[in-house]
Design a protein around this ligand. Sequence first.
Ligand SMILES: [Ca+2]
Ligand SMILES: [Ca+2]
Length: 430
Amino acid sequence: MNTNRIRNSQFQLIASAALICSALLVSACSGSSDPGVDGSLTTVDDELSEPAPSDVMQDPLEQNDNDDVSEPAPADALPDPLVQNDTEIRFSITVPAIMSDTLQLRLVWGDENFPASWVGDEMWSASAVFPTDTQHSLVVTFSNDNGALILGTFETELRTGTNASETFEIEANQFETVLWDNDNDGVSNIDEQLAGTDPLVDADSLLEIVDFIIINSRSGISVTKDFESRLTDERPFFEEIVREPNFSFQPVEANDDVDIDADGNGTHTYAWDAGSTYYSRTGTRTRSANSISWEGVQGNFNGISFFHNEFINTVTVVDERTREFVEEIEGSLNGDYSKYWQISTRLTGILIEGTSMCEAVAGMGSMTFTSFNPNDADTVRTFSKAIDDQFWRVVTERDGVTSEHFARDLKMIYSDDLGNGLFICDFVDI
Ligand SMILES: [Ca+2]
Ligand SMILES: [Ca+2]
């Protein structure tokens, strides 16, 4: 056996292993109990002067279980220049978009607490040197007002590897923002800042609460009261009645005619004419598989002004107890000054047990009012309520000024009978 050749090849093998360790910093290389690798090359050479066959075959990259760790070689007490103890983590972070001069981004990992630097747009960066192969919770906090108002956080368990450096990326949509709602009004801090509202004040808690809002106060139309309630369950249903008019100042007879066929389709007209004044309303009822629609007109002349409305109203059976109410009304009053209104209503109603009426429990709508009278303000009023909301939210824009309030109840017209948004929603035809 040529000892020198073996020595040389061993030397090359060990030297290569050391180079590999140095280059790759493989974790298996960092064990300090392997004198064959950890020792200087001189030591290796000395050891190899009397090689045992098993030593020759041994892979220097493998941990030697037979090493006596209780008696470390003197070299083991010194720091191992080949072992990677630290790793630099480079954080690349995209935050949710918001414009402010007082944004802040901070990172906490274990006991380390350090800021990120703004790069541009929504990009931030940070870097820190951590011990290798170590795990802590990483908490990244994105805030405004120099840290006073938290906009979002990102949390994860971060375990470092054994490379000299690593990159860690966080995307904007990984930030939890919804839960950061300081005033607990259901709108997150960041959404409030984007909308320009105060994230520290629940503005709703300051709003006035009134008893009710009347959605058809201008048109005066209630399809339930004026049309559907005129019908009985009889089909076909035909009835002609001569009535005293509602207007006591005009004692003329009114004709009140209903004509509904076996399928639930037909008309209803109520009208009187006193020559100088008149009133009429007429509607056509259309039944489909799961809905009843009324479409028609209402008008009157009081000797001074013409009053006119066109309407279409559909109540749809969604399920045994749930109904959808959709109504569009356009109307005008033409006298000394002309006024116009447009009312859109979309409600969800729940059938009140033992009755044919539904109560509006949710929905939305708008009332637009335009006037040529300089004493009137043009007004757009919207109302809305989610099923879980306690009140109807009413937003009024009058002459460019927006105000809000809450209403406990919603009424179709000014009538105690039609409070709580009551409407007929159970039909013999469906
Ligand atoms: Ca809020
Ligand atoms: Ca707020």
